[in-house]
Design a protein around this ligand. Structure first.
Ligand SMILES: Cc1ncc(COP(=O)(O)O)c(C=O)c1O
Length: 378
């Protein structure tokens, strides 16, 4: 089946009891059993829930995985995947990943004897030479917020050489634009809060796997630790993925128009978007993805200038998060990347003048007019 067909139908058979075309919200904590050990495959809702399972099957199909497990947030999914790593092992992470991922790794999981190293990964050869031994490689591509492109296939070869796993946080692209498992990744993680749900009304996460042994562990851990996605949130994300293919086409079109507009503005020092033909990752992005995404960062030079724009725009809502149908605009240094120290942000190039925009599906002329109003105040 094609991608849009899978978005609408994968994992979603009409309800066997009533024929309801939409997967019902199974809002129950437990299930009646016919006798000891005799039940319909559902015992307790932390362990199994039909709405959650339908979403998991849907997302596994969209990412081309063998299975998927949904958690209470993107961070809970990230944490679940990191339980595949044991004390004494080493994890290498592409730098400028989401600040919450950096915080979880360095301030929580490092306490359990796992070593973390953050490395520039947009040049796979240089990365290979510098990375040393590792057991798991965690990347985002294009990176957040500087939109550097990592070559998934090349990094999967680098990981394979070390017998290590490659995990890709695909939140920014969604499977509509990029399918890392087909390029050699072992596991894909998403904050479903973003493009997959798409309507800014649910927090959730998913890990999609290829290997049945990983599926078995992540299911076991989901039940053991209990950070499950609720039935209602599962239903919301299922409703969101039905329109994923449609939404992503509009995000892509609007993203391109906004990036080109921003690049033409004298007050903007630099625009970060991998769809510019002179972007260093352009060729790799074209090869490994079917689009460039609608996440754009741009540098206004100072915190004051960024604040003036952010406090003037109206249609672009100032807020954390991304991937909603509505345009969101944010200030990485004080919002998404506040978990990094000032020195770490300086080293990465995440300056105080940097603004990130998640371009939504509004009429693009309205978005450009709003940004123009904001730029007048800078
Ligand atoms: C790329 C990326 N991964 C993971 C997360 C964490 O997801 P959540 O907020 O659903 O826990 C975020 C949140 O912004 C993100 O941007």
């Amino acid at each position: 089946m094609g991608f849009a067909t899978d978005c609408i139908h994968a994992g979603q058979e009409p309800d066997p009891t009533t024929g309801a075309v939409t997967m019902p919200i199974y809002q129950t904590s437990t299930y009646v059993q016919e006798g000891l050990g005799k039940h319909k495959g559902y015992e307790y809702a932390r362990t199994q829930n039909p709405t959650r399972r339908a979403l998991e099957k849907n997302l596994a199909a969209l990412e081309g995985g063998s299975d998927a497990y949904c958690y209470a947030s993107g961070m809970a999914a990230t944490n679940a995947v990191l339980t595949l790593v044991k004390a004494g092992q080493r994890v290498v992470v592409s730098d400028n990943v989401y600040g919450g991922t950096h915080r979880l790794f360095t301030k929580v999981l490092a306490h359990y004897g796992v070593e973390f190293a953050f490395l520039e990964a947009s040049d796979a050869g240089a990365f290979d030479a510098a990375a040393g031994r590792f057991d798991l490689l965690w990347i985002e591509t294009p990176t957040n917020p500087l939109r550097r492109v990592c070559d998934i296939a090349a990094l999967s070869a680098v990981a394979r050489k070390r017998n290590a796993l490659l995990v890709v946080d695909n939140t920014f692209m969604s499977p509509a634009l990029q399918r890392p498992l087909a390029l050699g990744a072992d596991i894909v993680v998403h904050s479903t809060t973003k493009f997959l749900n798409g309507h800014s009304d649910s927090v959730g996460g998913v890990a999609v796997v290829k290997d049945p042994a990983h599926a078995q562990w992540l299911q076991f851990y989901q039940n053991a630790a209990g950070a499950i996605l609720s039935p209602f949130d599962s239903w919301l994300v299922l409703r969101g993925t039905k329109t994923l293919a449609l939404r992503m086409r509009q995000h892509e079109e609007n993203g391109k128009r906004v990036a080109e507009y921003l690049r033409g503005q004298a007050k903007i020092r630099k625009v970060y978007w991998p769809g510019f033909t002179d972007h260093p990752g352009y060729v790799v992005q074209r090869r490994q993805a079917s689009g460039f995404g609608s996440m754009i960062s741009f540098d206004l030079g100072s915190r004051e200038a960024a604040a003036r724009l952010l406090e003037t725009v109206r249609l672009c809502s100032l807020g954390e998060s991304l991937g909603g149908i509505e345009t969101l605009i944010s200030h990485p240094a004080t919002m998404t990347h506040a978990g990094y120290t000032q020195e770490e942000r300086d080293a990465l190039g995440i300056g105080d003048g940097l603004v990130r925009i998640s371009v939504g599906c509004e009429d693009v002329e309205d978005l450009i007019a709003d940004l123009a109003r904001g730029l007048e105040k800078v």
